[in-house]
Each structure stands twice: as structure tokens, then as C-alpha cells.
Design a protein around this ligand. Structure first.
Ligand SMILES: Cc1cc2nc3c(=O)[nH]c(=O)nc-3n(C[C@H](O)[C@H](O)[C@H](O)COP(=O)(O)O)c2cc1C
Length: 495
């Protein structure tokens, strides 16, 4: 069982024990200064930062919470991301058919897995720390929202878990959407058009009703992670969070809207979005590293504010990678590989490089078994949830590690012919994508950098790779070992 952190505080205690939390006692401004400090720390792989003396506010600010792969793994109760991936793999694993006995065994496993998920669904509670204080009056100016970049349109809540409900199914969704502050009780509702939160708002619009919204700040770290993860439709984010934690998420009715909120979060903002109302949002220094242009987005009216008696404000900083959200995006790619492999078992490994801006660039290694197999994988991936946003998709053979970008570039240069091996398609692209001429739609390029086969029209013999004879390598190792001058200069061929 993974280690479940009951709340953010317990996780902070754990990080402190590990020496991976730094308390900053020097006064720092949430206007630009925290961004600069957070990014400098992040680029060195530094610890999470708890700013205890925040200029203009009595509320401490927490940054860089999940800014290393190790902290993400810890947040999900494991020592490394591979262990989280293995757990997801085990949950999804369905053995290939092997006679009636195996089928019955598999049925048992599958039912057991479903049972596990059901038992990890949220637990209803009647009290919680997130409601220790109900503010008599909402004043968002008391919360130290960061202004991350000099030309940002205003202070912005960047790491809130935004809860909305599908009015038809009653299912609650949790997604991380930024919220720019427009005034003491109004926020921008920046759910991009492809997000579940935006779809829920369209559902309310069709009914001619306002949409209730709750924004959770500082839930337990697994629930936070579930909010940003591309959880397959039909699986509740709270159940997924329960699975990640190995323990149900306790949910408590919000005080003024028909939504349930994680009981032990730091703060909750409650209110509504009127589908008929929009406001200019931005500019905002986005995860692309450039300012997203001002654009009309819906508005959240905050009607209630509850919090712990001594809340911490959790935030994050976007910008040109490396940033926390890019590190999280790459981790999602690693952890969710088993979900992709359920549909595409030939995908052996995948990387979403930080510099590729979340999903703009993806590299997948496949076990190629028929002509044009790489193209089949490209089209399947472009049809799979948020993988539709991948603008450049490089496919390599299974012996290439997608995280080894030098090797990947080598394979592209060596093995991809610009005339024959590119697949250019059009489709929906991320709302924040910059290079497309028209917002939300654009082109995507697949690069087949696998070795080419005769059956793919490659008429020449595929060249053999020039590799050194292992006997020679062994002899040279021996020579180096015996010669002090050489041994200072040359590494051994063995790692
Ligand atoms: C730090 C951070 C900030 C994000 N900000 C936004 C945002 O402002 N708008 C948005 O639509 N998605 C944003 N996302 C991405 C979504 O949270 C992510 O795509 C998530 O899977 C969406 O969930 P949903 O499909 O349930 O709506 C952000 C992600 C992170 C990690």
C-alpha cells in the first residue's frame, strides 16, 4: 500500500524530515519576487519553499511543492515514479485469454480491481479542517495571489483545484484551472474549451442555469495531482485520488453550494459562474514561456470563503520550462503509460520532454511488427484524450529510450526521410498553442524515425549499425587497466 498523506500539512512534515522543505523567513513579495526565487530554486532541483513572511499578507505561501520527480513520487506514496506506474499497471492489467480457467481467474482479478477502485471512492464526512473558519465577508485581496510576470493582467490563483458538476450525471470533476483576480469577490474561470470544467459550463448554459463552483486550495497532494491528470472519462478524479493515496478522500458538503470538497484542504472558495457572463482574462505569462493574449473567459463570483484557522496558500509559477507544471506534465506521461498501453500495447516507452511544452512534443518507442505501424500509433495517440494536443510526435523503435534525446535526434536524422516518413494531419490543438494561425485548430506532424522495412517500400538493404566487437572491447579494457596513462584518460567500456 502506498503511504497516504492525510493532508498537505502531513506531507510538509514528511518533506521537512527529508530535508526537502525550506522555510523562507525573509520577507518576500508575492509580486514577481516569489517567481524569481521559485524558478531559481527549481532550476537547481531545490526543495519546496514555504514563504513564512509574505509582504502584504499574514498567510504563508507554499511554492515548488511538486517541482521534482522525487517529490511527485513521494506525494503519491512511493519512492519513484516507476513504482506509481507499476501500481497503475497492476490495476489495469488484464491477462491474455488462456482457456476457461484463465478466463475465470481474470474475471476474478478484474472484479477485484473494480472492487479496489470502488472501495477507494470518496468517504463522506460531516466535519473538516477546511471549514474551521467561515469568513463573514469574502475579500480575495487578503489571499496572497502571486503576480508571476511583469505584464500579467493581475494577481492570479494558479494552483487551485476547481470543482464543477455535470448537472446530468451528478458527477463532480476536479481540474486545475488558473483564476485571475478581478476584484474582492470575482475571479476569471480559465477552463480551456477542451476541459471538463468548460464542458460542464456548456451543460449549465443549455439548461439556462448558473454553475456552482468550489475552488480548493491546498488539498492533500494526491488529490491535487489527480486534478491535473488526464484521468480517463468515466473514472471519478476523487476515486483516482483515493487509488493514488491508497485511502479514500474524505469529502465534506460545501457551506453554500451543492458540491463536496476535500475536508482537510487549506482553503475553499465557493460561488458560481453565470454562463452568460465573460470578462477579458490575461495577459498571463503562460506555460509556453510567452504571454497568452487577453481573451474573454467566464467569471466566477465568490460567495463564500472557508479555511483552516492558520491556512497556507499553495501556488505555482508557470513560464518557459523548466517549471513545476512542465515537470508535472512529464511525470504524468510516465505514470500514465499503462493507460496508453491498454489501447496500444505496442508502445514500450514514452517521453514528454520538458522543453516540448507539456504535450507539444512527444516521443514514443514502439515494438514495430507490421509496415506503417508507426503511423497507426500516431493516429491512435492523436485520438486519445489530451494526447490530441501533441503537435510533434516522434516514433522510434523499441531499442531507443525516448528520454535519451540525443539518441532520438540521431534516429530522426539518420532514419526519417522528409519525403516518406512524415505524417501531416489537422485537428484540434491546445487553446494556448501559439504557432497555429487560427486558435484551437492546427496541424500536427508525426515523424516515423523507426528503421524502415522492405515492405514499407525501402528497396535498399537497411544498413547494419557499426558496433565494436565485444572481444576487442574486453581486450582494450584490459589494456587500459594495465596502463596508468591510458586509465587516467579513458573510461572503461563497461558502465
Ligand atoms: C499548474 C497548472 C496550471 C494549469 N492551468 C490551467 C488553466 O488555466 N486552464 C486549463 O484549462 N488547464 C490548466 N491546466 C491543465 C489542466 O489542469 C489539465 O489539463 C487537467 O487534466 C484538466 O482536467 P479536466 O480535463 O478534468 O478538466 C493546468 C495544469 C497545471 C499543472
Amino acid at each position: 500500500m502506498p503511504r497516504a498523506f492525510r493532508d498537505l500539512r502531513e506531507f510538509l512534515g514528511f518533506l521537512e524530515e527529508k530535508g526537502d522543505l525550506l522555510r523562507v523567513r525573509t520577507p518576500v513579495s508575492p509580486r514577481l519576487e516569489m517567481t524569481e526565487i521559485s524558478l531559481r530554486a527549481l532550476r537547481r532541483g531545490g526543495p519546496a519553499l514555504l514563504f513564512e513572511a509574505v509582504e502584504g499578507s499574514s498567510t504563508p505561501v507554499l511554492l515548488n511543492l511538486l517541482a521534482t520527480e522525487r517529490r511527485i513520487a513521494w506525494a503519491l506514496g512511493e519512492e519513484d515514479l516507476g513504482a506509481v506506474r507499476t501500481r497503475i499497471e497492476e490495476l489495469l492489467h488484464i491477462r491474455p485469454p488462456g482457456g476457461l480457467g484463465a478466463m475465470i481467474r481474470d474475471l476474478g482479478t478484474t472484479l477485484g480491481q473494480l472492487q479496489t477502485l470502488r472501495s477507494l471512492g470518496p468517504e463522506r464526512v460531516t466535519r473538516g479542517k477546511c471549514q474551521e473558519v467561515t469568513e463573514p465577508r469574502v475579500n480575495l485581496e487578503e489571499i496572497p495571489f502571486l503576480t508571476c510576470w511583469p505584464k500579467d493582467g493581475g494577481p492570479t490563483l494558479t494552483f487551485g483545484l476547481v470543482l464543477t458538476k455535470n448537472p446530468e450525471s451528478g458527477e463532480t470533476n476536479a481540474g486545475i484551472y488558473r483564476m485571475q483576480r478581478y476584484g474582492p469577490d470575482r475571479l476569471g474561470f480559465h477552463a480551456q474549451i477542451h476541459r471538463v470544467g468548460a464542458e460542464n459550463l456548456r451543460r449549465y448554459a443549455r439548461r439556462g442555469e448558473r454553475m456552482p463552483v468550489a475552488v480548493v486550495i491546498g488539498p492533500d497532494p494526491a488529490t491535487l495531482f489527480a486534478g491535473l491528470a488526464p484521468v480517463p472519462e468515466g473514472l471519478s478524479k476523487f476515486s483516482f485520488a483515493g487509488f493514488l493515496r491508497g485511502k479514500p478522500v474524505p469529502l465534506l458538503p460545501a457551506t453554500s453550494v451543492d458540491l463536496e470538497v476535500p475536508a482537510d484542504a487549506e482553503m475553499v472558495l465557493e460561488g458560481y459562474v453565470d454562463p452568460a457572463e465573460t470578462h477579458l482574462e490575461g495577459p498571463f505569462g503562460d506555460h509556453t514561456g510567452v504571454y497568452s493574449l487577453p481573451e474573454e473567459f467566464p467569471v466566477m463570483h465568490v460567495t463564500a470563503w472557508t479555511h483552516r484557522s492558520d491556512p497556507i496558500y499553495l501556488s505555482t509559477v508557470t513560464g518557459k520550462p523548466p517549471t513545476e507544471d512542465a515537470i508535472l506534465g512529464r511525470a504524468v506521461g510516465q505514470i500514465f503509460l499503462p493507460v496508453i498501453r491498454m489501447i496500444l500495447p505496442e508502445v514500450v516507452a514514452m517521453d514528454l520532454p520538458l522543453e516540448g511544452l507539456f504535450m507539444n512534443v512527444a516521443i514514443v518507442a514502439i515494438r514495430k511488427s507490421y509496415p506503417f505501424h508507426a503511423r497507426k500509433v500516431m493516429h491512435a495517440l492523436w485520438g486519445l484524450g489530451q494526447m490530441m494536443f501533441v503537435r510533434y510526435l516522434v516514433v522510434v523503435d523499441e531499442d531507443v529510450d525516448p528520454r535519451d534525446h540525443r539518441e532520438v535526434l540521431y534516429r530522426v536524422g539518420l532514419q526519417a526521410d522528409p519525403q516518406e516518413d512524415l505524417e501531416l494531419v489537422h485537428g484540434p490543438v491546445d487553446q494556448l498553442s501559439v504557432s497555429n494561425r487560427v486558435p484551437n485548430l492546427g496541424a500536427k506532424l508525426g515523424i516515423d524515425a523507426t528503421r524502415k522495412w522492405a515492405s514499407e517500400g525501402y528497396a535498399r538493404p537497411w544498413p547494419e549499425e557499426a558496433r565494436m566487437d565485444p572481444d576487442v572491447q574486453r581486450r582494450v579494457d584490459e589494456l587500459i587497466r594495465r596502463d596508468p596513462t591510458l586509465s587516467r584518460l579513458l573510461p572503461s567500456s563497461r558502465p
